[in-house]
Design a protein around this ligand. Structure first.
Ligand code: FPP
Length: 269
């Protein structure tokens, strides 16, 4: 891996400007950073090389999200199902997440980014958890973009964990089961402050959500792009943001739209 000291500030802020016509910037963008393995294999490289190449894309996309005024960026870095991958890849990914967190936290801190973690503790490497906690503490007063790293995260698992806590609170008499609302469930999620997802983006052409932010994404605009994650960058993020601006969101509330009928022919004398 490259020397992290020399790569501390590799992102060029000059010469890249979000398009002026970005109208409705989503407050919360969630990204499934997919395609590292296929990107690498198609070049005769190992999947591990693909993940390494994904780090640059992540930093560039964070920079682009800050520039565009996105408030929350949430990325899927390791799912509760990813333990099914080969032991070598799992080992690499745990170490890689730890190194990315350790190597990039000062840079992200300098960018006024607040870092959060969403996921389950059991099975997660202690060294990864430690880096996540250090990054959260270091950046907790930052007021810019909130970057939530989903590591050992699964949407169903998040709901199961919330339900367990809610049931325990009810059993202990701290919660009336009849007063459980959507708001109550939201309070027991891993990061209760995380708002609903506005734009859910997955790279690399797969069109599924793979257990990512189920609860938070019910009204998200879904976008699937063919670019593999290592080739994704801030310009492509901005293209996605521009496409988001053209989407019509209704949240269940539909109204009649005036028909676009052709004008009647002018009367003949
Ligand atoms: C879900 O697809 C995708 C993920 C959980 C993303 C995994 C991302 C990495 C391993 C790269 C992390 C990169 C950085 C820069 C930290 P899936 O393959 O788990 O789901 P599927 O089997 O449904 O396709």
């Amino acid at each position: 891996m490259a020397d992290r000291k020399t790569t501390l500030l590799p992102v060029d802020w000059t010469g890249h400007t979000p398009p002026a016509e970005l109208t409705a910037v989503p407050a919360h963008v969630a990204i499934v950073m997919d395609g590292n393995g296929r990107w690498a294999n198609s070049r005769g490289l190992t999947r591990i090389e693909g993940h390494k190449a994904g780090e640059k894309a992540l930093l560039d996309v964070v920079a682009g999200a800050i520039q565009a005024g996105v408030k929350h960026l949430t990325v899927y870095a390791f799912s509760t199902e990813n333990w099914r991958r080969s032991p070598e890849e799992v080992r690499f990914l745990m170490g890689f997440n730890r190194d990315v967190l350790r190597g990039r936290r000062d840079q992200l801190h300098a960018w006024n980014v607040r870092m959060r973690w969403a996921g389950r503790k059991p099975r997660l490497w202690r060294s990864v958890l430690k880096e996540l906690q250090t990054a959260e503490t270091l950046t907790k007063h930052n007021t810019g973009l909130t970057l939530t790293m989903c590591i050992n995260y699964g949407g169903r698992g998040e709901l199961v964990d919330a339900v367990q806590q809610i049931a325990a609170a009810a059993q202990a008499g701290r919660l009336d089961p009849h007063r459980i609302t959507e708001k109550t469930i939201g309070k027991y999620l891993y990061v209760p402050e995380l708002p609903d997802v506005d734009l859910f983006l997955r790279t690399s052409g797969e069109m599924r959500t793979s257990n990512f932010l189920m609860w938070q994404s019910v009204y998200a605009e879904l976008m699937f792009v063919d670019t593999p994650w290592p080739d994704f960058n801030r310009e492509q993020l901005w293209q996605a943001l521009a496409a988001f601006g053209g989407r019509q969101r209704r949240f269940g509330g539909a109204v009649d739209q005036p028909a676009q009928l052709p004008s009647p022919p002018a009367p003949q004398n």
